[in-house]
Design a binder for this molecule. Structure first.
Ligand code: G3P
Ligand code: CA
Length: 279
């Protein structure tokens, strides 16, 4: 509790973002009922703000995303942080591996100026900072990124979600995904109440019904690269009682194609695209 309070105070000091667009996370409604695909903002509103920053998350909410997707890794001193690459080079003014830096060192870096001067001063968010600001107010799709580099990251994420009271059966308010299926299995054991999603690259194009059945023993979503989506694959995934969110949509025609193939949602750099494609 003391840790949560400390983070809340820090968040109030360092994240002067208005919460005026926020309400409580919308209830999960299947595609058939709402008439459009679930709209997941990739790394926040990736196309409109520096990825995986509080500005990108705020923008995504403002644009009406149903979910915010972000990537979690871990500092040298074991704090879950939100950043995509395993190194700092591309999206901050630092260099080298995330895992070689303490949280204090990571927080001293600039994670916004690479994108534009209006974002100077953005920092790498911690998972706790995100949850203080947005937990319970927006649906989230958390990717365990390179979990093989961070032993124990599954437990750290599970503890944070429980501390913030975000673990409830059937709410779909939080989904956890990973390309590392062993890590995902471990996370599902720690958080059986929460839906989990396997991420698969196009190398899995020839996946069989037996492989899907095995995946469905620990996953609730099968999230493929959009290049491998066919109507047959969608049918098989639904047949094994999983849903499908395809990644990464970067133009409206891809959104339209995926809608016509029957996917349940799209993970997109453009949170404005999913709602262009309706019944
Ligand atoms: O959510 C799917 C997508 O985020 C996976 O790819 O590399 O952007 O994390 P990446
Ligand atoms: Ca991701």
């Amino acid at each position: 509790m003391r840790r949560v309070l400390t983070v809340m105070i820090l968040a109030a000091l360092f994240i002067p973002i208005s919460a005026s667009v926020l309400s409580y996370a919308e209830e999960y409604v299947p595609r058939e009922l709402k008439g459009y695909m679930t709209n997941i903002a990739h790394r926040g509103a990736f196309a409109y703000a520096p990825e995986n920053t509080m500005s990108a998350f705020y923008k995504a909410i403002e644009m009406g995303a149903d979910y915010i997707e972000f990537d979690v890794q871990m500092s040298k001193d074991g704090i879950p942080v939100i950043i995509h690459d395993s190194t700092l080079n591309r999206t901050t003014n630092g260099n080298g591996y995330i895992s070689d830096y303490t949280l204090k060192q990571l927080k001293s870096l600039d994670a916004g100026s690479w994108y534009g001067k209006e974002y100077v001063g953005e920092t790498i968010p911690t998972l706790d900072e995100f949850l203080v600001e947005y937990g319970g107010k927006v649906n989230i799709l958390i990717e365990l990124k390179y979990p093989e580099l961070y032993p124990g990251i599954e437990e750290k994420v599970a503890i944070a979600l429980r501390e913030f009271n975000l673990v409830q059966y059937d709410s779909h308010e939080v989904i956890i995904q990973s390309f590392n299926h062993e890590s995902l299995k471990l996370s599902k054991e720690l958080l059986p109440e929460i839906p989990h999603a396997v991420l698969v690259s196009k190398d899995w194009r020839k996946i069989t019904i037996h492989q899907l059945e095995e995946i469905a023993t620990f996953a609730d979503y099968f999230n493929p690269s959009l290049n491998m989506v066919t109507s047959e694959l969608v049918e098989l995934v639904h047949h094994t009682n999983m849903s499908m969110y395809a990644y990464t949509v970067r133009n409206p025609s891809e959104a339209g194609r995926l809608y016509s193939l029957g996917v349940d949602g799209i993970i997109s750099d453009f949170p404005d695209y999913a709602k262009l494609v309706v019944k």
